[in-house]
Design a protein around this ligand. Sequence first.
Ligand SMILES: Nc1ncnc2c1ncn2[C@@H]1O[C@H](COP(=O)(O)OP(=O)(O)OP(=O)(O)O)[C@@H](O)[C@H]1O
Ligand SMILES: [Mg+2]
Length: 277
Amino acid sequence: MRVSDRFDSAFSAVSWGRLPNFGCMASHTPADGVVADVSDLVKRYGAGATAVTALDEITLELRRGEFTAIMGPSGSGKSTLMHIMAGLDAASSGTVRLGGVDITALDDGDLTELRRRRVGFVFQSFNLLPILDVLGNVLLPFELDGRKPSAEERAWIDRLIDQLGLRNRLDHRPSQLSGGQQQRVAIARALATRPEIVFADEPTGNLDSRTGREVLGLLSDASRQHGQSIAMVTHDPVAASFADRILFLADGRIVRDSGRLQPEEIATFMLSIEAQR
Ligand SMILES: Nc1ncnc2c1ncn2[C@@H]1O[C@H](COP(=O)(O)OP(=O)(O)OP(=O)(O)O)[C@@H](O)[C@H]1O
Ligand SMILES: [Mg+2]
């Protein structure tokens, strides 16, 4: 089944919402190439003796078209950083901007709309909707936005489905899929609308090496050919070596902000961080 066959039945009326005018609130404009940034970001969980500082004064800019890998030991704050930068979780203190807009100042409705239009997110735990089949999950961002994909978007989604090897699983529910297949659905969903920025939390964690390379190729193409920004958490030095930039986190801080590195250099640096714990 081609994706187009399902569109007309799958969608209700097209209702183009309008993004609020965020221009006056921007301190970064799209022209300076910053798509997401945080300053003095702190995230604390709990209070008193059991408090955990998951993020400890992080200042960081993600630039247009850049493919950034985020690495660090388990518990170093990678997922927390991605969730807060994507507007999915609130900071304890500090500033968080998406496309120059201070999202801490937005109400829930405006934040949801901004996120829906600009951000794709691949969750570490996939977060697929169990009642929807594969195609329904991939098309969910359009459904939530109350619109149908354009002809060009349909062609792109068809390509994603083929490249991610999901063609013969389109009408399966998540519970009928393997972990790696669910992960590929989550990736297709995050890329379907070609959002300005894609946050992917260990997107190759459950994939075999061939499928993993396919996913890394898709993410590289998204940044090189389509100018999308990619922030990808990974524990895999080979996956991180696909990125233009690598951020290393330890104990909630950025301990190194590097350009492209070879897998061996990445592995050596990770070992040095882990040795200090
Ligand atoms: N809801 C929560 N309540 C309390 N502590 C939390 C919560 N979520 C995360 N933490 C703590 O914050 C720290 C950072 O967690 P986070 O999930 O960001 O780590 P991570 O780098 O993504 O790790 P992993 O590689 O294992 O996915 C950890 O010490 C974790 O225990
Ligand atoms: Mg994590």
